[in-house]
Design a protein around this ligand. Sequence first.
Ligand code: MG
Ligand code: MG
Length: 244
Amino acid sequence: MRISSKITSDAFVYIRSLIKPGVSTGKLDEEIEKFIRSKDAKPAFKGMYGFPANSCISINQEVVHGIPTKRRILKEGDIVSVDIGVEKNGYYGDSAFTFPVGNIDPAVKKLLQETIKALYLGIEKARDGNRLQDISHAIQSHAESHGYGVVRELVGHGIGKSLHEPPQVFNFGKPNRGPLLKEGMVLAIEPMINLGEQYVTTLQDGWTVVTRDGLPSAHFEHTVVVRKGAPEILTEHNLKDEVF
Ligand code: MG
Ligand code: MG
C-alpha cells in the first residue's frame, strides 16, 4: 500500500505543472495514465463500475466523478478536482486534490483552504482507540463553522486489497460513535465540501456529480493509516502549500 500510495501522490506532483489555462481534462487524464503505467502500476478507476477514464476530473460546480475529455478546457479562475487511484501488486492507493487554475476568486480559494484543513482535522482523529465518526465529526464541524455545505451522498472508505472496502467514512457524524479504530487500519478520508448548499445531483452522463445550486465544490483525499500515535498519511505530498 505504501508503494501504490506513493505512485498516487507522485502522479499529482507529476501533473502539477500541466494544470493551467488551455489544457484539456482529457490531456491530464492521458498524462496520469502514462505516469502510472511507467511505474508498472494500473489506474484503479479505469473500468471500475464501468468508469470510462483513468482518473476523475471535475471542474468548479462538479463535485466528483467528472469524465475527462479533450473537449473540456481549463480556464483562468477555474478550480479542478483530480481524483486518482492506483493499483500495484494487488494493493490500492487513493487520493484527490483540487487545484486552482491561475488566479481564482478569494472566496473559492478560502473554500479550498478550509477543505484542506477539514481533511487534516479528520486525519488527526485517525488514531487507535478513537471511533470512526470522530473523523466525520471533525470534518463536518470545521466545514459548517465556515457556512459550507457537506456533501452527504458520497463518502470515504476503507482501502487495501480493494479500492473500496468497509467501513464507509462519512464526512458528517457525531463524536464517539461508530466502529473503534485500530492500529493498522487504512482509510481513504475524503471531504467533499460545497461553497453553498450541501445538495448534489448527477448529470445525464450517469457519472458527473454537481452541486444543485451551481456553486463550486472542493475535494481533497488521502489514504491514511490509523496509528496509536500520529496517523500516517501514505499519499502525502506538498502541493497543499501552494493553496495557502
Ligand atoms: Mg479518490
Ligand atoms: Mg476514495
